[in-house]
Structures are given as C-alpha cells and as structure tokens.
Design a protein around this ligand. Structure first.
Ligand code: ADP
Length: 309
C-alpha cells in the first residue's frame, strides 16, 4: 500500500538578500516528501539550510520560490491549517521559570484556541513522563525534563506531525535515551516525526528515512537501510594464530590498513571481492584464522562522503 505524504515540498528555494551583498541561497530547489507515520531525519552540517527549512514550515521565514504542502494544506493558501497540523519543538529552551508544566500547557492550549473541554493536558504530561512534575516550577526541572516539556507544549493542539529541531542538543546520554523513548512512543501512537540532529548514530537508530542537506541541496534521500547499503567499503579484522608479517594480499580492491601482533585489518570493496576469497587466501598460505570481526558502515560514513565540500 502506498503511504500518504503528509509533507510535500516542491522546488523550494530561499534566498536571503542583504542590502549590499550577494543574496545567500540557503535552499536551492528542494524536493522532499515525508510519509505518514514515519520518523524522518534531516541531517546536514552547519549552514546547510535545516533551520531555514524548519522556519519556513513554522511560518517565521517566507520562502522565495516553490510550494509546501502540509497535511493536505498549501502553505500560501491555508497557513492557519498548516500551523494547526504541525507541532514544532524549538532548539532553544525558552520556558518561563515560574510557570509549572500544567499551567504552561493550559496557556499554550489557550493560545491555539483549544477549548477547555478538548484539552488533554494530563494525557500529554503522561506521554512525556512529567505527570509527577505537573505542579513544579519550570526552573526546578532538570534539563531533560525541560526538553520534554517543550515537546509537550508542541502537542497541545494534537498536531499529526511533530518537528523536533536538535531535540537532544546539550542533553546528556542517559536523558537522550529517555527523550528518544518518548519520541518513539509518540510515533507509535501515529504522530509523524521530522527531526534534525547532529548525533548521527541516533539518526541511524531512530529514523526510517534520512535526508541529507548540504549547502541548500538534498544530497541523499532514502531509507536508512538503503543509505547504509550504498557504502561499498567493508573493513574486516582477522585474528590469526601467528605473528606473520603480511606485506601484500593480491586480491581485487583489498588494502591492508594495519597489522599488529596477530591481527590484521583490511578494507575491500563489497562489489569486487567476497570475504570467502580473503579467507581462502589465508588458508592457502597456511595462516589459521582464529577470529573475524567486521566494522560495518554507519551513517557517519555516508554523511562524511556526501558533505565533504
Ligand atoms: P543550518 O540550520 O543547517 O545550520 P541555516 O538554515 O541556519 O542552516 O542557514 C543556511 C544559510 O542561510 C547559511 O549560509 C546562513 O548563514 C544563511 N542564513 C540563515 N538565516 C539567515 C538570515 N536571517 N539572513 C541571512 N542569511 C541567513
């Protein structure tokens, strides 16, 4: 079954013009779809255009060209419906220190025109595991709790799409995990998630699909699995039973990266060599293999390849 697109971006461009200087093309002809129910990661180095993109969706930056459709609504024709369909969790923690979570959510709901009877404040507090802190001053919450409160704030009008801009920046490892668990939970109940992050490993673990932005262009857009499969270079370490110095292994694409004591690490291209051929080579030379470990490609390899300028 073909999944429904909940965000559809066509030929989107943004030029920031400054008085006397050349305009900056922050986004260049961007094309991008996000499907209902997925966790979509937008990655890219500083200056790639991620914030510009999110700010266009949020209505704080006006696009120069192209079209943006959110949940079936055109951003030019129905900006209010677009706003109602999105929950945006900002990068900066900007909470009034003397408000408690419950009051903050009630106020936010009021701002979105959610009637008292339709508010789901307690449900949201529970979703982000803040039900026991509902009445504590925001200033007394930990960093992780404050982040979760920001997520809660973005949920008051029950948006079907949640956008998280660097949700774990400055959050320590333990709390990051907790935050991601909350995001997964929201996704499980049907919320489509779009996020930006600098933590590539987290993107790899969290996202169904990933788009990589570089200098205003989408340089990769695929499922996380396919992106990882595109990496052709394999790195393998063999532990052998003797301290032999191996100078050369005459196999297609194989390079010796390092060797010490009884270990040798090699790289090879998946499409020109199979690991069996390396193993048979060792056996032919009467070298016994005690152990093999492979270092699988991760999203960082894909990212580095595509964003080096
Ligand atoms: P990212 O979020 O990926 O770091 P940004 O969207 O912030 O990227 O920036 C993309 C480009 O647009 C950068 O070259 C940045 O300097 C420029 N830019 C961003 N905001 C403005 C602005 N308000 N005025 C002028 N240039 C801007």
């Amino acid at each position: 079954m073909k999944k429904k697109n909940v965000l559809s971006v066509k030929n989107l461009s943004k030029n920031y013009s400054k008085n006397n200087s050349e305009p900056i093309n922050a986004l260049k002809n961007l094309n991008l779809d996000v499907q209902q129910g997925e966790i979509f990661g937008l990655l890219g180095p500083n200056g790639a255009g991620k914030s510009t993109f999110i700010n266009i969706l949020g209505g704080t930056v006006i696009k120069s060209e192209g079209s943006v459709n959110v949940w079936g609504y055109d951003i030019d024709k129905d900006p209010r419906q677009v706003r109602a369909s999105l929950g945006i969790v900002p990068q900066e923690v900007n909470l009034d220190p003397f408000f408690n979570p419950r009051r903050l959510l009630e106020l936010q709901a009021g701002m979105y025109g959610v009637k008292k009877a339709d508010r789901i404040t307690d449900e949201i507090l529970k979703l982000v595991s803040l039900e026991n802190n509902a009445d504590s001053y925001a200033r007394s919450l930990s960093g992780g709790m404050k982040r979760r409160l920001l997520i809660a704030k973005a949920l008051v009008h029950k948006p079907p799409i949640l956008i998280l801009d660097e949700p774990t920046a400055g959050v320590d490892v333990e709390l990051r995990k907790n935050l991601w668990d909350n995001v997964k939970l929201l996704n499980n109940i049907g919320v489509t998630i779009i996020l930006t992050t600098h933590y590539l490993i987290e993107a790899e673990q969290m996202c169904d699909r990933i788009g990589i932005l570089n200098q205003g262009n989408i340089v990769a857009l695929d499922t996380t699995k396919n992106l990882l499969n595109k990496i052709q270079t394999k790195i393998v370490t063999f532990t052998i039973n003797e301290k032999t110095k191996i100078d050369n292994i005459p196999l297609n694409s194989l390079k010796i990266i390092s060797q010490n004591e009884n270990q040798i690490t090699v790289s090879y291209e998946k499409n020109s060599l199979k690991i069996d051929e390396i193993i048979s080579h060792f056996l032919k030379k009467n070298i016994n293999i005690l152990d093999i470990s492979t270092d699988d490609a991760d999203i960082e390899d894909v990212y580095t390849n595509l964003t080096k300028n």
